[in-house]
Design a protein around this ligand. Structure first.
Ligand SMILES: [Ca+2]
Ligand SMILES: [Ca+2]
Length: 443
């Protein structure tokens, strides 16, 4: 790192970090009970909140909303400009009051409203049969079709598109993944599922209060595993097919021949030789048998293998490509074995490695141990801020990470935001420290 790089890093940290932390505001979360005519609201009563013309909806369960067993509910602040603005609440289309938006607010807001047949609002125990004036004439429940995920399909990613359709106009959609709690969503969206077999129910409620559903009983996520024989050198393989990771016979101290990749993806140097030895052998005319027998060519190999201790030196880690960094490690002693060879690939977290700190590399939690990132856990629900994102069911606690009902995106709770500042601070301190150290060395 030269001084220019250091000060560029410093500048970026100083200029970009405050902008980054100022962009989206912290959401305002709501929960509480809903009573209609002094009776807990029926399941799937829709609560709608409108702010800035944007609508956010959720459903009740057991007369509750925003808390178990109902989905979590909050109003986001995508542009960081909603503090102090008015949120209007509606229940079943009927105005149910206002509340002022507050960043990081966590508000119990209980609703108690009344209705009667003929007030145009289909609420409470009113149905299309008991009160067609408000609820409309009875229809069939909406037909729901799940186009994705597909039954019995196998996916090689944990991010699966959830694509649905209905024959009717739908007031609200929600799904339940692997018997988890209801999650309200707006078609179409992406869900994050666990490796292995999964099951999803999708529900849709029309404006007459009828609920339809569809289910995909079994879809599977199988993440690609390193496989010896696919001609790609992957983690744990010295070689695969013709992929030797850039190594040649000369890496092992020979000047001729070709490396051989064995069936177990281990490099063999049996077809490597030294041309000096070869020229001495030309008179024999039995090059191939001499090579396989090893007698004429043994000195380059056998002399070393028995007593050799590898002395590995590795290049710098590469840039992050496809969330992976690579480097090349070679044995200065040319022992011709992979024994004790350091890792040549690693996931790349985007934060500096500070002993004991944690970061995310894709869905993996990485911990900085001994100056390098070590994978300690793979998170089924994804990784954020160096921690596994809590699955939807655990997200009811307001101090935990919350899953948005609208998009399925994962957001951080207020207490997580200081991390942005902490990480920025670390970058600045590091840059300054390295800058001074560099100056000391130079002058
Ligand atoms: Ca009514
Ligand atoms: Ca392979």
């Amino acid at each position: 790192m030269d001084r220019k790089t250091i000060f560029t890093t410093y500048l970026v940290a100083v200029l970009v970090c405050p902008l980054a932390s100022a962009a989206p505001g912290i959401p305002h979360q709501f929960y509480g009970s809903v009573y209609i005519n002094n009776t807990p609201a029926p399941d799937y009563t829709v609560i709608k909140a409108i702010i800035d013309g944007d609508e956010y909806s959720t459903i009740t369960k057991n007369g509750l909303y925003g808390q178990k067993p109902a989905p979590i509910f909050y109003i986001p602040d995508p542009d960081g400009n909603r503090e102090g603005k008015t949120i209007q609440f509606y229940i079943g289309g009927r105005s149910a009051g206002n509340y002022t938006f507050k960043n990081a607010g966590y508000t119990e807001l209980n609703f108690s409203i009344t209705t009667y047949c003929g007030d145009t609002y289909c609420l409470g125990d009113e149905t299309c049969s008991s009160c067609p004036e408000d609820c409309g004439t009875c229809t069939n429940p909406p037909q729901v079709i799940i186009y994705s995920p597909e039954e019995n399909a196998v996916y090689n990613t944990t991010n699966i598109p959830l694509i649905v359709a209905s024959d009717q106009e739908i007031e609200i959609w929600w799904y339940s993944l692997n018997s988890g709690g209801a999650v309200v969503f707006t078609p179409n969206t992406t869900i994050i599922v666990e490796e292995g077999e999964n099951q999803i129910f999708v529900f849709a409620k029309n404006y007459q209060g009828m609920v339809g559903s569809d289910v995909v009983l079994n879809f599977t996520v199988e993440l690609p595993q390193p496989e010896c024989g696919n001609n790609i050198r992957e983690e744990g393989e010295e070689c695969d097919g013709t992929d030797f990771g850039g190594l040649t016979c000369s890496s092992y101290g020979y000047d001729s021949g070709n490396l051989l990749c064995l069936d177990n993806c281990v490099i063999s140097t049996e077809r490597c030789y030294n041309s000096a030895a070869s020229s001495g052998q030309t008179g024999g005319g039995t090059g191939s048998s001499g090579m396989s027998g090893g007698s004429g060519f043994a000195p380059a190999g056998s002399g070393r293998i028995s007593t050799c201790t590898p002395n590995w030196t590795c290049s710098e880690w590469s840039e992050c490509i496809g969330n992976l960094q690579t480097r090349k490690c070679t044995d200065a002693n040319n022992c011709g074995t992979g024994e004790g060879k350091p890792e040549e690939t690693r996931p790349c977290p985007s934060t500096p490695c500070i002993e004991g700190s944690r970061a995310c590399a894709g869905p993996n939690v990485m911990e900085c141990r001994g100056g390098s990132w070590t994978k300690i856990e793979t998170c089924p629900g994804g990784c954020a801020g160096g921690e596994c994102v809590a699955p939807e069911e655990e997200a009811q606690n307001p101090s935990a990470e919350a899953e948005t009902a609208q998009t399925g995106l994962v957001i951080l709770d207020p207490s997580a935001l200081p991390w942005v500042a902490v990480i920025c601070g670390i970058i600045i301190v590091l840059a300054v420290y390295l800058g001074f150290r560099k100056l000391k060395i130079r002058y």
